[in-house]
Design a protein around this ligand. Structure first.
Ligand SMILES: C=CC1=C(C)c2cc3[nH]c(cc4nc(cc5[nH]c(cc1n2)c(C)c5CCC(=O)O)C(CCC(=O)O)=C4C)c(C)c3C=C
Ligand SMILES: [Fe+2]
Length: 400
């Protein structure tokens, strides 16, 4: 049995289940794993479906997020790149080698860099989005709702860690799988697009499935308790998926906001527990909201300190506004002054950025007591098109 077909068996590619249906339900396909550990290390998440995978599908353990700048002004060339990326993504998310594989032809550079040979799909998802500059560069009409984010109080944004024409969010349970995906997409893009910045993340700070244990962020608090669950179709349709408001190629898609938020952990770690809990509005050990005893007890905003993070971010304080959070912790070494450069790579999906992130961040940036411990240092906004049908490619309807 060849390596390729063995991996196909491991990942269950070709199962009878319709890919679209599986993607819609956020299911993981596991074929016939050779061992229990193979099953535990993650199968594949269908690439094709109504929505792009990586938004409402279960959150994996690792992130490699990448922002690219186009080197072309030609929509046809950009479409060609999306076609080539999609072909590679279909294979990588099924744990198959790209093109002729990692050892295809002796006299040519391999089509796949090879570091994931013999590895599982690790629930790899690849999600693509287009930034405002993408439309300017290609002279294409941008969606009305895709506007550059306004400046917020306290922002200290580094242009080298912000913006970009196209983004790729690679999530997987194995960091090597996520990095391999971004590396190979960057390689395929040579001459058409180049990496502007990228971000490695670990320790997801959100769950999109209530059965999962809520993870903790680097401040030690459970993060993601009151998130939109992936099976809550009515909230997803109302707050996350773009509907008939269009443009057509965005239907079933979503707007993505990313923020690199540095945490002043040295200060946080010297802050008394009671003050930490007052800042968040929940108890550190249990995750219960003030006024409750268990993590999933309802938040009654008036039981929380007026400037606490959860009170200010809660839908009851924001006219019902909700976002789907999918962030990851990060550390990028030290800052030269003996402090960790660490924090939260915040990721939020929403149907309307003005009603979602912008509304919340206007309020948080003005009043949140968490602001004494954090700083927003990177930013991006992206239009993520609807899902890809078999035979189509990322954003095809936008180019046609
Ligand atoms: C603009 C949106 C938000 C930013 C930016 C943000 C940053 C941020 N959050 C935490 C830690 C926690 N956030 C929690 C809840 C929470 N946060 C937001 C939005 C932003 N957070 C929302 C909408 C919510 C849910 C509010 C609710 O409906 O109750 C929590 C509590 C647990 C939870 O529900 O997830 C924590 C903890 C940090 C550390 C941070 C920046 C570094
Ligand atoms: Fe938050």
């Amino acid at each position: 049995m060849t390596d390729l077909s063995r991996r196909r068996l491991l990942t269950g590619t070709g199962l009878a289940m319709g890919a679209g249906a599986a993607a819609g339900a956020g299911l993981v396909q596991l074929g016939k794993p050779e061992s229990a550990s193979a099953a535990a290390s993650g199968g594949s998440i269908p690439f094709h479906g109504l929505h792009q995978a990586g938004i409402a599908t279960p959150v994996q353990e690792r992130l490699h997020f990448a922002s690219f700048d186009l080197g072309t002004r030609s929509p046809a060339e950009a479409a060609g790149l999306m076609k080539a990326w999609t072909a590679a993504a279909v294979r990588m998310t099924a744990a198959e080698e790209i093109g002729r594989g990692a050892t295809g032809r002796a006299l040519a550079p391999p089509d796949d860099t090879g570091e994931t040979l013999e590895m599982h799909a690790s629930r790899l998802t690849l999600t693509v989005g287009f930034g405002p500059s993408f439309f300017t560069r290609l002279n294409l009409p941008a969606p009305d709702r895709l506007r550059e984010l306004p400046p917020f109080r306290g922002d200290r944004l580094d242009p080298a860690r912000s913006g970009g024409d196209v983004c790729v969010q690679a999530c997987a349970d194995d960091p090597q799988v996520a990095v391999h995906a971004v590396r190979n997409l960057a390689r395929i893009a040579a001459g058409k697009a180049s990496l502007r910045w990228s971000q490695i993340g670990f320790g997801r700070t959100a769950s999109t499935t209530p059965e999962e244990k809520t993870p903790r962020n680097l401040m030690g608090f459970k993060d993601g308790t009151n998130n939109i669950a992936m099976d809550d179709r009515s909230k997803l349709n109302r707050h996350v998926w773009v509907g008939e408001e269009g443009p057509g190629w965005m239907e079933g898609g979503s707007y993505l906001v990313t923020r690199r938020i540095r945490m002043h952990l040295d200060i946080w770690d010297r802050t008394p527990l009671k003050q930490q809990e007052d800042v968040i509005g929940r108890y550190k050990r249990t995750g219960a909201p003030y006024g409750g005893t268990r993590e999933f007890d309802p938040v009654r905003i008036h039981a929380l300190p007026p400037a606490s993070h959860v009170r200010l971010a809660h839908p009851d304080s924001n006219g019902g506004s909700r976002i789907l959070r999918r962030g990851y912790s990060y550390t990028d070494g030290t800052d030269g002054q003996g402090r960790l450069d660490a924090g939260l790579f915040f990721i939020a999906y929403q149907r309307d950025p003005e009603e979602g992130f912008v509304k919340l961040q206007r309020s948080l940036s003005a009043r949140d007591s968490l602001n004494a411990f954090i700083q927003h240092v990177g930013s991006g906004i992206w239009a993520c098109p609807g899902g890809v049908r078999p035979g189509s490619f990322w954003g095809e309807a936008l180019f046609s």
